[in-house]
Write a protein that binds this ligand. Structure first.
Ligand code: IPD
Ligand code: CA
Ligand code: CA
Length: 270
């Protein structure tokens, strides 16, 4: 691995992050089938939900990672947002439950997502799917892995042989571009379209070559911070929708193998 010097022993830290994600995964599984309505809250709308499981999963992750790396910053979805500082201090981005709507509806596509950054450079990544027993991990310069076995992106270079994935923002009613126009732009030209309901899984599946490309608009850093490094370390490309580097905080992301990335990116309007 070629990690920033402030990270220390990357192998050890990646293993610890995998264990933390798996512990949170166990906790999420313990809620399945017994989640009460009183444990589910609406955030911005009836589609934007948070459950007690999201919050408890985040608390567990934050506790573990603070203990391991007390000097690092944490930016998590639900409760913890350490202030930005000018120093290049490593920063954990945590999505304690990506795919909350799936989770609430009993669908198995949900994940715990962890990304460690120095500035806008991804260093370590874990995306763990507790219900499906899959853990994706990567360290900068060290390749991407699924349950310990190396993975790589697909080599498909024509839309006709490709499965594409995307997602739609919770705030779609208020936005000028809901992403539905983009969906239509690919609809008749591809082998298939998928809407997994978890950005972290979309990215992990691109890394594993199960999906050929993925794009989405209006995301948050915690949605993409883990998955993006998986794609890069599996040999794929990750950019913002203009082909630039502003995908972590910019909201828009395009991820694919080299044969398809530009073909997809140039069709995405935002
Ligand atoms: C959501 C999922 C979904 C994406 C949404 C995200 P959450 O995250 O990643 O696939 O389309 O934009 O907000 O709310 O389940 O953590
Ligand atoms: Ca999310
Ligand atoms: Ca979440």
């Amino acid at each position: 691995m070629k990690l920033h010097e402030s990270i220390g022993d990357g192998e050890e830290l990646l293993e610890a992050a995998v264990r933390a994600a798996e512990e949170s995964g166990e906790l999420l599984l313990s809620y399945l089938g017994r989640l009460q309505n009183s444990q589910i809250r609406r955030k911005s709308s009836a589609r934007d939900l948070v459950t007690e499981a999201d919050v408890e999963s985040e608390r567990l992750l934050v506790n573990t990672l603070r203990g391991l790396t007390p000097d690092f910053h944490i930016e998590a979805e639900e409760e913890v947002q350490d202030a930005l500082t000018l120093d290049e201090r490593p920063r954990w981005f945590l999505d304690p439950l990506d795919g909350t709507v799936n989770f609430v509806h009993g669908l198995p596509a949900f994940a715990v997502s962890i990304g460690l950054f120095v500035g806008n450079q991804p260093q370590l990544a874990v995306v763990h799917l507790p219900r499906l027993g899959e853990t994706f991990s990567a360290g900068l310069g060290g390749g991407a892995f699924l349950n310990g076995a190396r993975i790589s992106v697909s080599e498909v270079d024509s839309l006709g042989e490709a499965i594409l994935a995307t997602g739609f923002p919770y705030r779609r009613n208020e936005l000028e571009h809901s992403n539905l126009e983009n969906f239509n732009r690919f609809f008749y030209d591809v082998r298939g379209m998928r809407r997994m309901g978890s950005a972290a899984i979309d990215l992990a599946y691109v890394a594993a070559g199960r999906l050929d490309a993925y794009w989405e608009l209006h995301l948050s850093p915690h949605d993409v911070a883990g998955g993006a490094l998986l794609v890069r370390e599996a040999g794929g490309l990750v950019t913002d929708a203009d082909g630039g580097e502003d995908w972590l905080r910019g909201g828009h992301i395009v991820a694919a193998g080299r044969g398809l990335h530009e073909v997809v990116r140039e069709r995405v309007v935002h």
